[in-house]
Design a protein around this ligand. Structure first.
Ligand SMILES: Nc1nc2c(c(=O)[nH]1)N[C@H]1C(S)=C(S)[C@@H](COP(=O)(O)O)O[C@H]1N2
Ligand SMILES: [Mo]
Length: 312
């Protein structure tokens, strides 16, 4: 069994020291009991024991119409617990993730390696516009996994950096001066809901690229919000649909809950790739997990390919 160890700033804000992401041989699961047994089995391999630990079911929910996410807990003491996340696809499990609170790392038997995304992601070409497993609903559902940040526009800048010729720090005024365009997009959350025809206005991402001039070896774009949320996607995705820095929605500045002053929208990728309250865009040649990627979500997240989780 291969295990990855992932450390990520945003998950740390949630008390997670490290995520242990284990690739298991395809395991058939037909009921919640099978899930608990699987969690016990993998836990025993990773930690060398399960004596004195009890695995308790917490919740499960559909992610699209093929996957189910199960959450379990292994209490350590009255406050701390190891979280377990298991995703099945058509009742088959390929990964089991453990989220460790601080102070437990020493108990690990395995020597986990960093996650290495599959290289096909940076090479393949064709895609279609299908949205398998999504259901349309009338309005966006607001997600703030790390709470709502407090900041004022006077202190806020959008910093674009990394492997670029001209790093920049931009104010909202600077962004407007680059020139905006109108967009109508469909928005897709990985959990399975989509919203059609959202009117937005923003700066074509191409303008940012032309300004900062990323180096030829750039492969990934890592972005961060003011709340500590981060996400990542392959650089080449920004050329596959109309990527833009959204400043307005439905004819008005972005509402604060939707990420004012700016969020980067890549319409063909799932919504978690769009960091709200965007403050950093980093062009890089190395893959780094963001918040949801650290918890097993896909490095690219193409909606038409249904890339919800890291490999099936
Ligand atoms: N900064 C930040 N950006 C974020 C999130 C978040 O928690 N914090 N959640 C993501 C997820 S999972 C989704 S589906 C969309 C939801 O956008 P909305 O809250 O505007 O509906 O924002 C994404 N961007
Ligand atoms: Mo989401």
């Amino acid at each position: 069994m291969r295990c990855y160890a992932v450390e990520e700033k945003g998950t740390r804000l949630k008390g997670i020291d490290v995520v242990i992401d284990c690739r298991v041989e395809d395991e058939r699961v037909d009921c919640t009991n099978d899930i608990i047994r699987l969690a016990e089995k993998v836990f025993r391999i990773v930690f060398g024991t399960h004596d004195g630990f009890n695995i308790a079911f917490e919740s499960n929910e559909p992610i699209g119409n093929k996957h189910i996410l199960y959450r379990l807990r292994i209490p350590i003491d009255s406050e701390k617990y190891i979280g377990v996340r298991i995703v099945s696809r058509y009742n088959v499990v390929k990964r089991v993730l453990f989220t460790l609170p601080i102070g437990l790392r020493e108990k690990l038997k395995l020597n986990p390696t960093p996650y290495d995304p599959p290289t096909f992601i940076n090479n393949d070409g064709e895609r279609n516009n299908e949205v398998p497993g999504q259901t349309y609903i009338p309005d966006l559902i607001v997600y703030n996994i790390l709470g709502v940040p407090k900041f004022s526009l006077t202190e806020w800048r959008l910093e674009v950096s990394g492997l670029v010729e001209n790093p920049v720090k931009l104010t909202l005024k600077d962004l407007y001066e680059l020139g905006t365009r109108d967009y109508t997009i469909d928005f897709h959350c990985v959990t399975g809901w989509s919203v059609k025809n959202i009117a937005m206005r923003g700066v074509p991402f191409e303008k940012i690229i032309n300004m900062v001039k990323p180096a030829s070896n750039v492969k990934w774009v890592y972005t961060q919000g003011m709340d500590g949320y981060a996400t990542v996607f392959p650089y080449q995705e920004v050329f596959k649909s109309s990527a833009f820095l959204a400043l307005e929605m439905n004819g008005r500045p972005l509402e604060f809950l939707h990420g004012y002053p700016v969020r980067l929208i890549i319409p063909h990728l799932y919504g978690w790739k769009s960091a709200k309250w965007l403050k950093n865009i980093v062009f890089t040649d190395k893959y780094v997990d963001g918040y949801w990627e650290a918890l097993g979500y896909h490095p690219r997240g193409d909606v038409s390919r249904e890339e919800r989780f890291k490999e099936y």
